[in-house]
Write a protein that binds this ligand. Structure first.
Ligand code: NDP
Length: 249
């Protein structure tokens, strides 16, 4: 078995683009929906020749854009619903405790990484419920219905100490809030058998991760893809890494 459909946000570059390529290697997956802010400029994504790939615009900070995406996806998936939602799009900028004080700058990271991701997820719950009811099977699995929130080890409050770089305070806050939302979703959506997990992808060489990252995009996303397909009851509500090991909250 494989999930029927997968939606990945922020899929024009980095980990999102890598995940699109990895999931398309699995012939059991019928539909991969890739979103990006400006599809006409997403050259690498557009160059993927696979009839199972559908590309739609999404500016995650814009409610109208989310609603339009919902309509597009609803039309596409019909009564099957959406099997897996991967909330990948995010931003990360330096924000230090003794640096420049900026409400706008701090709020932007929280807005995109946690608030907008939560709003998008809320919008898509009807399609995930439809998939779960139609697919049935295991109580929690990515073949049935799942939300994967791409988080970060930086979200772990338990890991914050003086050995960690203190330059990403707003990013940390945003991903901790995302983890809180993820856990709440896992409790509230359990009755629909929608699996919800928060996953750190590892330190990956992307525009965000930088050139010192530990893993290349292809290697990292192959690992993430395999782990996503293995998700089950043990990962429901958990904060995990891409090897399915649990992180401290
Ligand atoms: P990149 O910066 O390479 O890509 C980010 C993606 O998010 C881009 O497609 C970008 O689109 C999209 N995006 C950002 N803001 C918005 C928005 N407002 N609306 C729609 N799309 C948006 O990041 P990575 O691929 O490295 O990161 C992917 C995920 O993994 C993120 O959630 C990140 O926090 C997490 N992560 C990454 C790590 C790493 O080492 N790389 C480590 C830990 C976590 P656009 O091109 O238009 O800007």
């Amino acid at each position: 078995m494989a999930p029927r459909s997968i939606l990945i946000t922020g899929a024009n570059r980095g980990i999102g683009l890598g995940l699109v390529k990895q999931f398309l290697k699995n012939e059991g997956i019928q539909l991969v929906i890739a979103t990006c802010r400006n599809p006409s400029k997403a050259d690498e994504l557009n160059s993927i020749a696979d009839s199972r790939l559908q590309i739609f615009p999404l500016e995650i900070d814009c409610d109208d854009s989310i609603k339009k995406l919902y309509e597009n996806v609803d039309t596409l998936v019909g009564t099957d619903g959406l099997t897996v939602l991967i909330n990948n799009a995010a931003i990360c900028s330096v924000y230090e405790i003794e640096g420049q004080i900026s409400r706008t700058y701090m709020r932007q990271q929280i807005e995109t990484n946690s608030v907008s991701t939560a709003i998008l997820t809320q919008n898509f719950i009807p399609l995930l419920k439809k998939a779960s009811a139609k697919n049935g099977g295991e109580e929690y699995s990515t073949d049935r219905a799942a939300i994967v929130n791409i988080s970060s080890g930086a979200a772990s409050i338990g890991y914050i100490d003086d050995k960690q770089p203190g330059i990403y305070i707003a990013y940390r806050m945003s991903k901790s809030a995302l983890n809180s939302f993820s856990k709440s979703c896992s409790v509230e959506l359990a009755k629909y058998h929608i699996l919800v997990t928060a996953m750190c992808p590892g330190w990956v060489k992307t525009d965000m991760g930088g050139e010192n990252g530990w893993e290349e995009v292809d290697d990292a996303t192959e690992k993430i893809m395999k782990s996503i397909l293995k998700l089950g009851a043990a990962q429901h509500g958990a904060f995990i890494n891409s090897s399915l090991e649990v992180y401290p909250n």
